[in-house]
Design a protein around this ligand. Structure first.
Ligand SMILES: NC(=O)c1ccc[n+]([C@@H]2O[C@H](COP(=O)([O-])OP(=O)(O)OC[C@H]3O[C@@H](n4cnc5c(N)ncnc54)[C@H](O)[C@@H]3O)[C@@H](O)[C@H]2O)c1
Ligand SMILES: [Zn+2]
Length: 368
């Protein structure tokens, strides 16, 4: 079993990573926060697959009582991260008259975690939150770090809060039912973690491609645990994104630009980030910060996990650049990027001239 302690000043919680953890989630929640009751947030896809196991464990732990309405299901789509669905959750919590000692339990991917997290951050000025992430992306990224949010029509994650969970319960065996494309999207963040923090971990990912794609339990648990450790360490140094936390944005400058320029429909976030990571490696080499072979190494490990390394279809460079200009990571007039001197040796806040960014996009296959 992997246990990662996330420590941020007064806040401390455990991320438990273990096959079968789902069937013990009730006991884990009791240990973490002794709630008066629980309210679960999930979606029909995930609840259809794992609802019975979770419900049994919550019942065994004495957390459900007689309540038949302990679960709110939200639509299985990014559109669930809206005021409408947040408001629906408040209605459910209020109509159950849940008090401040309730724990909100998010069972699902990043969409469910972000929405349920914001409800927990604000209901009665904040109640306990337990994250039970079931996508790779949510397990290694979204569930750790305390960011919770909904979207606004003008942009993603514009309405949110910092609200740390009391515990994160990761059951890697849930990934068996995840679509391969979703698994790959999560791997982009995993590879990002290796690149910003740990060259040996990158070698592990390079060597274990087949095992990891085949969900070999030991290898999977090791990878999730190492990724969560890296994210927790970065976030622990800098909870609110002023400095080092920005390292987690490797690949995200171009990635966000590509997502915006393609209307958020064509690429999964992780796929856009994969292309963005190649772009960041290319810029690092082009600016003389990294050796030229960094680009090939980065492309090869991403390809091993079926991630794109180039843009497909006509993605206009000018639109990506324009969208990057609106990126919230921008400070003043200059674009600041996370670059790499080598795997495990990142540089934060490096200024990249617009002309070099344009060259990088052309390398990535963007249209003029
Ligand atoms: N809070 C943060 O720090 C943070 C970080 C990264 C991303 N996010 C957010 O996370 C969201 C993306 O999360 P995601 O990639 O998990 O997408 P998602 O929540 O939409 O899940 C992807 C798909 O997988 C399905 N699914 C989930 N678990 C499954 C399982 N075990 N088996 C089968 N199907 C399963 C879901 O129903 C969905 O259709 C975005 O809204 C993004 O903004 C937040
Ligand atoms: Zn990301």
């Amino acid at each position: 079993m992997g246990i990662v302690r996330v420590g941020l000043g007064a806040v401390e919680y455990r991320v438990i990573i273990e096959p079968g953890a789902l069937s013990r989630v009730g006991g884990t929640i009791r240990e973490a926060c002794l709630p008066s009751g629980v309210h679960v947030v999930s979606n029909p896809t995930v609840w259809g697959l794992y609802g019975a196991v979770v419900e049994r464990s919550l019942r065994e732990a004495g957390l459900l009582g007689a309540a038949p309405d302990f679960v709110s299901l939200v639509p299985d789509a990014e559109t669930a991260k809206s005021l409408t669905h947040l408001s629906g959750l408040y209605d459910d919590l209020v109509s159950r008259r849940l008090d401040r000692a309730v724990a909100v339990v998010a069972v699902g991917g990043g969409v469910v975690g972000d929405l349920a997290g914001l409800a927990a951050a604000t209901y009665l000025r904040g109640v306990a939150l337990v994250q039970v992430p079931t996508t790779l992306l949510a397990q290694v990224d979204a569930s750790v770090g305390g960011k919770v949010a909904i979207d606004h029509r003008e942009g993603k994650n514009l309405i949110g809060a910092f609200h740390h969970p009391r515990a994160v319960v990761v059951d890697p065996s849930t990934l068996a039912t995840l679509a391969p494309r979703e698994f790959a999207a999560g791997m982009a963040e995993v590879i990002k973690h290796a690149l910003i923090a740990d060259e040996a971990y990158l070698r592990f990912l390079e060597e274990k491609g087949e095992d990891l794609r085949g969900l070999e339990p030991g290898v999977l648990e090791r990878a999730i645990t190492r990724s969560v450790e890296i994210k927790a360490a970065v976030v622990g140094r800098d909870e609110r994104e002023a400095g080092p936390r920005a390292l987690l944005n490797l690949g995200h400058t171009i990635g966000h630009g590509v997502e915006a320029a393609t209307g958020y429909g064509r690429y999964r976030h992780g796929e856009a980030v994969a292309v963005g990571i190649v772009g960041a490696a290319w810029v690092s080499a082009r600016m003389g910060l990294a050796a030229g072979d960094l680009v090939a190494r980065v492309e090869s490990v991403l390809a091993k996990y079926n991630l794109p390394t180039r843009l497909a279809g006509a993605v206009p460079a000018s639109e990506v650049l324009a969208a990057m200009g609106h990126d919230k990571k921008r400070r003043g007039e200059r674009l600041r990027w996370v670059l790499l001197r080598a795997p495990g040796d990142p540089l934060y806040g490096h200024e990249v001239p617009a002309a070099v960014a344009r060259e990088a996009l052309s390398y990535l296959g963007a249209a003029d």
